[in-house]
Design a protein around this ligand. Structure first.
Ligand code: AHR
Length: 499
């Protein structure tokens, strides 16, 4: 049995968690919208066409913010195509995913859906094929009270009140050669500055996210962030980060070690933001919007065979297994341990497309990754405390000194609860964990939730939706304020305590 001590202290706070760290993403891609959150004339949908079963699961997670409409999709998107009478909306050749988009579901449908999903919209503007004019137009359409062309058009479309969209992304992955309208850092930085400036004149209350690198592996990583922020530091509030991990090599130990890569990535982006801050003698701090993160690789081969120019094909439909859920849990822990700078994040994506929720015409079910995401969102609100562990470590193909334990502690002073999230990455040994929490009087165990399975490759599918589900564990006790727990090998754990 591996033995680990977690050392923490209620006075040593990382920061309060911004609940938007538990955001997600719906792109007009594959079956995320069509057949995912929206399916006209289905017995599973309401009168507006919104799938009630997926809404139920989204409400169970409690998703605070959802990014829309892309992703790569946004870089050739005309927002005007997606508003007004449905039968007058044009069908378009959709360049990013090479499908036909008929705009049956658009901006206003998304705003209606957000209300039912009890979430906030995070909108992206097109800085690929378009620019300042389209961006200021869509802010006016969404957020301006009335008496102007676009705000009155919104009213004509049946939306008297502004949508009041607070968070806007200035394009998507503009550093990526795959992006329609791909730009150099100088081209993008200038455009982001001028576009952001115009958008904030229309509505000074909005928050803006500039595109950072599409991943740590991008050849322009680092220089991109420094150059882009060099131009638009004063008008933006966040820089984006994106990362997807894969296990193509079928090396599970190395795959789970990717939390170290994510940790390095976050530290490097923070350093670059602060370098620009110093250079500009600025008092303003740029924070991180980690607005695309997940595991993505299972569907890569299937996607190569998709027929082009169809509507809503089965695209990016990864079926996740236990080890994916363990990495997703580890990624959540990594971001929480940086919650002083990672203020927003979006699990990419939410339904059908690399998603925790899958649907068919018959219903919806939870993938393995649903559980760590739901647990973190529901129980990970409060203040993250600094933790030190003496976890034993391993070396893998691409990483050295990988701790077997990923953990973070969240204290919710209002609810008088302390929650320990933990991943035991060992495939052979259970882990005995101790954590001295004597600073919290009369601490008791509410529950210890465990997600595990004998097979790392175990999945949930439509015909076997409960193959990997969380169970109650009796393996946590408290002795004189010290928590003693056993984390099974290859497991995600949520130890919920109250005082
Ligand atoms: O989430 C899928 C895609 O991944 C997004 O459209 C894009 O931004 C990223 O490359």
């Amino acid at each position: 049995m591996i033995k680990v001590n977690i050392i923490t202290d209620r006075h040593f706070k990382v920061a309060a968690v911004d609940k938007r760290i538990y955001g997600s993403f719906i792109e007009q891609l594959g079956r995320a919208v069509y057949g995912g959150i929206y399916q006209k004339d289905s017995p599973l949908s309401d009168e507006m066409g919104f799938r009630k079963d997926t809404l139920g699961l989204i409400n169970e997670i409690d998703v605070p913010i959802v990014r829309y409409p892309g992703g790569n999709f946004v870089s050739a998107y005309n927002w005007e195509d997606s508003v007004g009478p449905v039968n007058e909306r044009p069908a378009r050749v959709e360049l990013a995913w090479q499908v036909v988009e008929n705009n049956e579901f658009g901006l206003n449908e998304f705003m209606d859906w957000c209300k039912l999903a009890k979430t906030e919209p995070m909108m992206a503007v097109n800085l690929g094929t378009r620019g300042i004019d389209a961006a200021r137009g869509v802010v006016e359409y969404c957020n301006f009270k009335g008496g102007t062309y676009y705000s009155d058009l919104r009213k004509k479309h049946g939306y008297e009140k502004p949508h009041d969209v607070k968070v806007w992304c200035l394009g998507n992955e503009m550093d990526g050669p795959w992006q329609v309208g791909h730009k150099s850092a100088d081209e993008y930085g200038r455009l982001a500055w001028e576009t952001g400036k115009a958008m904030k004149i229309v509505d000074p209350s909005i928050e803006l996210v500039a595109c950072g690198s599409s991943g740590l592996m991008m050849p322009t990583f680092g220089e991109w962030e420094a150059a882009v922020l060099g131009y638009c530091y004063d008008t933006v509030d966040y820089i984006s980060m994106h990362t997807y991990y894969n296990n193509h090599a079928d090396d599970s130990a190395d795959f789970l070690a990717n939390t170290l890569n994510m940790d390095d990535f976050i530290k490097s982006v923070i350093a670059t933001c602060d370098y620009v801050k110093g250079k500009k003698h600025s008092k303003k701090q740029i924070n991180i919007s980690f607005d695309e993160w997940n595991v993505w690789y299972h569907s890569n081969e299937a996607d190569k065979k998709i027929e082009k120019w169809t509507k809503a094909p089965h695209q990016l439909e990864d079926v996740y297994n236990l080890e994916d859920a363990l990495l997703v849990g580890g990624m959540l822990i990594t971001m929480l341990n940086h919650c002083d700078r990672v203020k927003m994040a979006c699990l990419a994506q939410l339904v059908n497309v690399i998603a925790p929720i899958m649907t068919s015409d018959n219903g919806a079910w939870k993938q393995t990754i649903f559980y760590p995401y739901m647990h973190a969102s529901r129980y990970g609100r409060g203040v993250v405390l600094k933790t030190i562990t003496d976890s034993p470590k391993y070396d893998s193909k691409n990483y050295c000194d990988v701790p077997y334990l990923d953990t973070c502690v969240v204290w919710n002073e209002e609810d008088k609860t302390v929650t320990i999230f933990a991943v035991n990455k060992s495939f052979d040994e259970d882990m005995a964990v101790t954590c001295d929490l004597r600073q919290f009087d009369n601490l008791k165990v509410n529950e210890h939730i465990v997600l595990t399975h004998e097979s790392l490759k175990a999945e949930n599918t439509e015909i076997n939706p409960d193959n990997v589900t969380p169970k109650e564990s009796g393996a946590t006790s408290i002795d004189g304020g010290v928590v003693n727990s056993v984390l099974p090998k290859q497991s995600w754990n949520v130890i919920r305590l109250s005082y």
